[in-house]
Design a binder for this molecule. Structure first.
Ligand code: DX5
Ligand code: ZN
Length: 224
């Protein structure tokens, strides 16, 4: 099943409730929340208080993508604020197994994220404990960047490994997903599609989400 996860990074932060409602009316079914600390990535965004406010305006699952150093320290606060899914970067975790269990212990689905330069092979020892794997298709830190096509083979590889090993993690993709690129990521095997700029950048988020989801669903039907 293909799901669209609108990323609020490109939304109007003064009207988050309204913008989330519009994107969900267009078919967005997971709300992607980018947490940046100015250290792991060169940008700053939001913390648990905003997640807590988002929790009050939507029933959709909140997918917190932690682009921060020392994620262990903040996992309890995000879980408490209302996160349903929490993903951590392989590159930021010295004890990745422990951190992923920390997420699960807080009753959230646990995801692991890899940057464009990080190989899928670095995840081989945690694929059996994660609920989802997030493949970054841009270098994290900013919305509206250009999709990096060389990341597609990692989505294919993750789908292949899942089949071979009989695992059940879902595959999420994040960065540069738009009408021009969505068919490629879906055909490669991505199931949760994060889109910021393509939903909130220009025009009506509801219509943008609808168009993106339609293109994704068509590509999924064409997949052999
Ligand atoms: C980038 C963030 C993304 C971002 C994607 O570091 O992780 O979630 O919002 O934005 P677009 O879809 O505009 O590339
Ligand atoms: Zn993200």
């Amino acid at each position: 099943m293909i799901e669209l996860a609108p990323s609020i990074l490109s939304a109007d932060f003064a009207r988050l409730g309204e913008q989330i409602r519009a994107a969900s009316e267009g078919g967005g079914s997971v709300i992607h929340v980018d947490i940046m600390d100015g250290h792991f990535v060169p940008n700053l965004t939001i913390g648990p208080p905003v997640v807590k406010s988002l929790r009050r305006v939507t029933k959709l699952p909140l997918d917190c993508h932690l682009m921060i150093e020392n994620p262990d320290e903040y996992i309890p606060a995000f879980a408490e604020a209302g996160a349903d899914l929490i993903s951590v970067h392989q590159e930021a975790c010295r004890h990745l197994n422990r951190t992923l269990h920390h997420v699960k212990d807080h009753n959230c689905l646990a995801g692991v994220v890899i940057n464009p330069a990080t190989p899928v092979e670095t995840l081989s020892e945690v694929l059996d404990i994660v609920d989802y794997v997030l493949v970054m298709s841009v270098n994290p830190g900013f919305g509206g960047q250009r999709f990096i096509p060389s990341t597609l083979h990692k989505i294919r590889r993750l789908a292949e490994i899942r089949r071979q090993r009989g695992l059940s993690y879902r595959i999420e993709v994040d960065g540069g997903v738009a009408l021009e690129t969505v068919a490629d990521v879906v055909r490669a095997g991505a199931e949760i599609l994060v889109a910021g700029n393509a939903v909130f950048g220009n025009g009506d988020p509801r219509k943008n989400a609808e168009a993106l989801l339609r293109a994704a669903t068509e590509a999924a039907l064409q997949k052999v």
